[in-house]
Design a protein around this ligand. Structure first.
Ligand code: BGC
Length: 756
């Protein structure tokens, strides 16, 4: 068992921190001044207008017009950006019009949803967060950026950094899970991966977008495109920190969200966009709306017509209108009539031009458009290796009894069951517009590379009625059990049964909220029937969100969380199943026991009746199910074991600004080499605003050989010790903090050292 230790730290003084502003390049600013002095009002509004590349992706294309009309508008200098146009040839065609046929020749900035890879796919972002490996996550974003950039893309609509405690919400697959600290680290790593050193000297780096600003992960009932009603405490301390980390890492753009935040549609939220993001955080890049989200302020009942929507959004600080047909043309008259101040428009245009200059598009509008580079980079061997690396690191071992894993390399009869085992499509996950269908290595193909065992694949159950797409609803098979008997026969004859079950890759992502997150379709029934003939089951889960699997957790001896791992899925899963890679992932999101526990997270608050000390019914609990999650945040096993000991601290009391060093010894007590994510949690015992029972404030990924020990040092600075109060001031309050260290957020506390 992993042991968690805790003890206390006392902080003596109160402080606030200062927000760094993003720095401007004076030369670029001068060039922008010169260019803007030549621009007409129409051309300025044109820069704020983004068209989709002639394809309805995730929503209706309201008034962008036909492809011909869009081309005409590009020629007139009335378009600043395109999205979803991709590939050197296609991008060159539109860029040439902007550069060579418009009056001022201002290049387009080309955006695209590079969410977990471009053509070569990494694991879905939630899975990557399970690696807790910031270098690997950065490398994955870098790989994605290189392929996208080589295909003519300048700017990605990622990383998504919406914190969410609601596994019903389909979009949790795009983010880093439930925790703001881990989310902030992942956000910064992804921004570094996409943008590199922020100079964009390399033509293989692209501008990143933090999305969705803000609180989209808190939409009511997990219903898509819905309202978010959240406290300032949650907004400031949980939702905003990853965005702030991304801005501090030099992020160049931010996307608004579809939801309202406490009654205001995010694309018209002046407080969030102008006051916090642009003024307080000093963000110098630009804000893009989500798909037609400015227009959607009308049906929200916030803006009475297009003019009102345009005015609210530009004043709030939304700089570019994605496929909404609102800024162009409505802003033109609004400014002419003096209803919208020119300065709002100028601020927006300046920001957009700034990023275009920074990307080098004015120096060479074709710098991302090199056919030879496109051929060399997209789908390269190096990129496949990079995504395999992160895929292995993203897998989480949830249970391993009866020594089923790792599988023995010879002499075993293995039955492989479930249509997901052979799927080359589902493992690619959602959000993979540029990738070709059916290009993943399937789990079956991965297993087939290990020749020492006899492998018998029987589908047994078809997961879906038809193969779903990004644009269709997933229809699970709920009637056809015709394969069960053959599967049972194979299971009976096998030593070990590997069952690949879960959700189809298109069951999560945008507009894929579910109210039931059990194994969908007939899979639970299938699992139980197989269990009845052979209980030596290794359950390999494929899913884009936490699932509720209490029966499996109780009965199935080995469970591997393999998410949707992208192009190299089968190789990654096989290497972990056979022990060639020792699993090291830890859950970035709690797995609930049932859907009624949602929202659920490890960093919840205490209550006045948190424990049942009076042993009566009147305490904070559920009558029908334990209140803890099935698998907590931070949890994940290994083929080896680790022991924590000797927790210590460099001093007894601290004042503002002093670094606190917490150290612990970690030992690999098992028989094989392995990696462990040592996690540090803090609890501020008393504060002016109540604090969660524990909050992640440090982690370290350590590799140890059998028997090897290492001393790990965590450094706690003001950032870790402070929080945002109800005025959105960052404060550090004096008092006592409990420090907990262990291999999971829930690991049993075994030691309590009071320092004061
Ligand atoms: C999504 C965004 C995405 C945009 C462009 C919207 O529907 O919410 O996350 O970037 O479409 O594809």
């Amino acid at each position: 068992m992993k042991i968690i230790h805790f003890f206390t730290i006392t902080i003596m003084s109160l402080t606030t921190t200062i927000n760094a502003q993003q720095k401007l390049n004076p030369e670029i600013e001068k060039k922008i001044d010169a260019l803007m002095s030549k621009m007409t009002l129409e051309e300025k509004v044109g820069q704020m207008n983004q068209y989709n590349g002639f394809w309805d992706v995730t929503g209706p294309a309201p008034v962008g017009g036909t492809a011909e009309q869009k081309y005409e508008n590009i020629k007139k200098g009335l378009v600043g950006s395109m999205l979803t146009v991709r590939g050197v040839a296609e991008v060159k065609a539109v860029q040439k019009i902007a550069v060579e046929q418009t009056r001022l020749g201002i290049p387009l900035i080309i955006g695209f949803d590079v969410i977990h890879g471009y053509k070569t796919l990494s694991p879905i972002p939630l899975a990557e967060a399970a690696s807790w490996d910031m270098k690997a996550i950065e490398k994955s974003a870098e790989t994605a950026a290189s392929e996208a950039a080589a295909s003519g893309i300048n700017w990605t609509f990622g990383p998504m950094m919406d914190i969410s405690k609601d596994a019903r919400w389909g979009r949790v697959m795009e983010g880093a899970g439930e925790d703001p600290y881990l989310g902030g680290k992942v956000a910064a790593a992804r921004v570094r991966g996409f943008q590199g050193d922020n100079t964009f000297k390399s033509p293989l780096r692209i501008a990143a977008t933090a999305k969705h600003f803000a609180a989209y992960g808190f939409v009511e009932s997990a219903l898509e495109y819905n309202a978010a009603e959240i406290s300032t405490n949650t907004l400031y301390n949980q939702v905003l920190p990853p965005f702030k980390s991304a801005v501090d890492a030099g992020l160049r753009s931010v996307m608004t969200s579809f939801n309202t935040v406490n009654g205001i549609p995010a694309s018209g939220d002046q407080y969030l966009l102008r006051d916090v993001l642009k003024n307080k955080w000093g963000f110098s890049g630009f804000v893009i709306s989500d798909w037609a989200s400015i227009r959607e302020m009308i049906p929200w009942g916030f803006s009475k017509d297009e003019n009102a929507a345009a005015k609210s959004a530009v004043e709030a600080g939304t700089d570019m209108d994605m496929e909404g047909g609102i800024y162009f043309p409505y802003l033109i008259d609004l400014v002419k009539q003096g209803k919208v101040k020119q300065e709002y428009l100028d601020d927006a245009v300046r920001r957009i031009l700034r990023v275009k200059y920074e990307l080098g598009l004015f120096d060479d509008p074709y710098r991302f458009l090199n056919e030879k580079r496109e051929k060399e980079v997209v789908g390269s061997k190096a990129n496949r290796e990079a995504v395999l690396d992160i895929a292995k690191k993203s897998i989480v071992l949830l249970k391993n009894e009866k020594s089923l894993l790792p599988l023995k390399k010879s002499g075993q009869k293995i039955a492989v069951l479930g249509s997901l085992a052979e799927s080359k499509n589902s493992p690619l996950g959602s959000w993979r517009i540029a990738a070709d269908n059916n290009t993943a290595v399937s789990v079956l193909e991965g297993l087939q590379q290990y020749k020492g065992n006899s492998l018998n694949y029987v589908k047994g159950l078809e997961l879906t009625k038809v193969e779903p797409t990004f644009l269709t609803e997933v229809e699970y098979n709920t009637t056809d059990r015709s394969g069960f008997e053959a599967a049972k026969k194979a299971a009976r004859e096998a030593d070990v049964v590997v069952m690949v079950l879960g959700e189809h890759g298109f069951s999560s992502g945008e507009a894929r909220s579910r109210t039931n997150i059990d194994l969908p379709g007939l899979q639970q029934e299938f699992l139980e029937e197989i269990y009845n003939v052979n209980s030596n089951i290794v359950l390999v889960l494929n899913n884009g969100r936490p699932l509720t699997i209490p029966w499996a957790a109780e009965h199935i001896p080995a469970i591997l969380e393999a998410w949707h791992l992208g192009t190299e899925t089968g190789n990654a899963v096989a290497q972990v199943l056979y022990g060639d890679y020792n699993p090291s992932g830890k859950l970035p999101m709690s797995f609930p026991r049932n859907v009624g526990q949602i929202p659920i997270s490890y960093n919840h608050y205490s209550t006045g009746r948190f424990t049942n000390k009076d042993n009566n019914v009147f305490w904070s609990h559920y009558s029908d199910v334990d209140k803890t999650p099935l698998y907590p945040f931070g949890f994940g096993l290994s083929y080896t074991t680790f022991e924590y000991s000797n927790l210590r601290i460099n001093k007894k009391s601290f004042t503002k600004g002093e670094k606190i060093i917490v150290s612990v010894d970690l030992k690999n007590t098992g028989k094989v080499k392995g990696k462990e994510v040592a996690q540090l949690y803090l609890h501020d015992e008393f504060s002016s605003v109540i604090k969660p029972v524990k909050e992640l404030k440090g982690f370290e990924l350590v590799e140890l050989k059998p028997g090897e020990s290492k001393s790990i040092n965590f450094t706690l600075s003001d950032y870790e010790m402070g929080f945002y109060n109800s005025q959105y001031e960052f404060v550090i309050e004096p008092g006592t903090f409990k420090v907990m260290v262990g291999g999971s957020s829930d690991t049993i506390l075994s030691q309590n050292i009071e320092l004061f």
